[in-house]
Structure formats: C-alpha cells, structure tokens
Design a protein around this ligand. Sequence first.
Ligand SMILES: Nc1ncnc2c1ncn2[C@@H]1O[C@H](COP(=O)(O)OP(=O)(O)OP(=O)(O)O)[C@@H](O)[C@H]1O
Length: 358
Amino acid sequence: MQISPQQVLDALKNVEDPDLKKDLVTLNMIKDLQIADNQINFTLELTTPACPMKEMLKNACTNAIKHFVSPTAEVVINVTSRVTQPSNSSSLDNIKNIILVSSGKGGVGKSTVASNLAVVLAKDGAKVGLIDADIYGPSVPTMFDLVDAKPGAEETADGKTKILPIEKYGIKLLSLGFFADPGQPVPWRGPMASNGVKQLFNDTNWGELDYLIVDLPPGTGDIHITITQSFPISGAVVVTTPQQVALADTHKGLAMFRMPGINIPILGVIENMSYFTPAELPENKYYIFGKGGGTELAARFDVPFLGEIPIIQSISEAGDKGKPVALNQNPLLDVVFGDIASKIAQQISINNAQMVNC
Ligand SMILES: Nc1ncnc2c1ncn2[C@@H]1O[C@H](COP(=O)(O)OP(=O)(O)OP(=O)(O)O)[C@@H](O)[C@H]1O
C-alpha cells in the first residue's frame, strides 16, 4: 500500500526536540516531504547549523518512520537550518542574534574565545559577523592578520554612507582598531567611544547575519552600557580563568548583566586556560591554576558552564599568526570549541523559542 504524507507526519509527531519540548511537526521543522514508492524524502530544518543533536534527531526520525509507518521504508533526510531570532528584536532586523563575549578581567582570552567561536559557527554554515569593541586593546586585526586593513564604505540609495566590513575566513569583521593607526592606542574615550561603537552596528552594511559576535572590552564600563541599552542582545558569554582574582572580577561581570536596566540573558561561563596538557601526553591534564572555579561560579549564578579550554601553545601561536586555531585541524580543540559553540547556539535557540511561546 502507498505510504501517505499524513502517515509520515503522524509518525514524526512522536519525535520531540528535547530543548524546545515540542514535536518536530508542531515546530514546523519538517519541510519538502516527498514519497516515491518505499522511499521517503524530507528536509529537517533545525534552528541552528551548530545543533549538537543533529544526528540524534535524524536517527529518531528514521526510527519513528520505521516503527509507525513501515519497517522497510527507505528514509532520506536532508538536514538544513534556519537560525531563529528573539521575537523582541526591534532594530537591526537583518542581524538575527547578537552575542556578547565579555570578561571581568583583561587578558583572560576573551578575544581568543570570540574569534574561535566566530570561526566554528561559520564553519558550521552560519552567517557570522564579529565586532571588536575593545577600545583598550583591539585584538581582532592581529588575530585575523588584518593589522593594516582599512574597511571600505558605500553610499546607499538614500544617500547615507555605510561602512563595509572586511570579510576573512567566511566572517564579516569590524574592529575599532581598523580606524586607528596600527601601533597607536585608539584615542577614543567616554561618549566618543560609545558613538564609535554604535556606528559599527548602525552605520555598517552587515547584510544578513545569523550571529553577530561582539568582543567587549574587559570589565564593566561605558561600552557595555551603550551596547546593552542600544541593541537587542540574544545573550552574553562570560570568559574567566581559574585564578581567584579572575573569578572575583568575573562575578562582577556576571552581576552586571543581571542589573535592572541591563538584564541580558547570560548564555554561560567559559573557563579559559583551565589546564595544561602536553602535546605528547594529551590524556594528561594539569590544573596548574586550580580546578572547578568556573563551574562553581556558573552554579552560583545558575547559568550553564560552557566548557574548559586548555592552555595550548598553538592557541596563542595561531592568534599571533592571524589565523584563529579553530581553522586548523586539532582533534582536542575541535571538540572543545565545537562543544562550546554548539551549547551557545543551542541556548539561543531555546531562549528564542521560549520568547515566541510566552
Ligand atoms: N587557552 C589558551 N592557551 C594559550 N594561549 C592563550 C589561550 N587563550 C588565550 N591565549 C593567549 O593569551 C593572550 C591573551 O588572550 P586574548 O587577547 O584572547 O585575551 P583578552 O581577554 O581578549 O585580552 P584583552 O583584555 O587584552 O582584550 C593572547 O596572546 C592569546 O593568544
């Protein structure tokens, strides 16, 4: 007997997205269903290309069809994604999600995390932009080998001038450092810096972006307040190192995002430089700065702990050479950065779905 589309959809109603807590049919994730004899073809449209449950959901769909429709059915699933956005995004409609990467303290690896997060999401197939809003020490020009780069500009149909981000490794990039002389400190402070940063959002032709990652200056200052109060932010990630001094400052950074008037969803805490692992003994982990501080801090604020990044020479070498380490093949770091990026994208999808349901 010919299999009907309704039979397939009824079977797929038994597959629930564990994060969004609804079945895939209700979530409108099943597209282009086609049936020819015993072969069932459809597209499974996820809410992020970095979905950590891709394979699990695919297998669950196949099993449901074999169980409820026909054990001999040949199931072909094409997995795609359409990144969701918060339902309250009022401005910057072509940018679906803005992710802030912050730290309470300088030098803990915030730019390293922001750059590699951008690389991993872009490698997964997302449209990604990166703003380096660190007025005290913009690192993106160095980390992407763009120290002498100057962004172009174009005139729009209504006569306005828009900045054109520089595209490298599949990521659209802008840094405050592009607007200063290399080797000179960026001379902006206070309102001037805040206006400069706003321009990077408002007066730039970003095109369509799934994720715009913002590398914030360390601490809690004018730039943080300007950005959090001027733009719809999907969430903030806070980077720390294991030492007590860093954890104490990270505590302040986390508390800032919870302040009335700011109130940004905290996507989680990342602990960088957690342990040293020798290249020749990758199984060995030496927690030279102490263990568990990042996890405890995340628990204290009741936010996800997103992962530990080891101290590895190739991370700093890659940053200095202008090619973030996630672009190289490194089995350990592929897992570490891949896992962190998936958790962030997953948390954003959950938050966006909850807003729609509210
Ligand atoms: N896990 C790591 N292993 C080895 N080196 C690292 C690691 N994380 C960061 N680094 C190196 O530490 C230095 C500081 O990192 P980064 O610039 O990312 O920190 P930051 O918090 O953004 O600093 P700033 O406060 O100056 O903006 C860089 O040279 C970077 O390559």
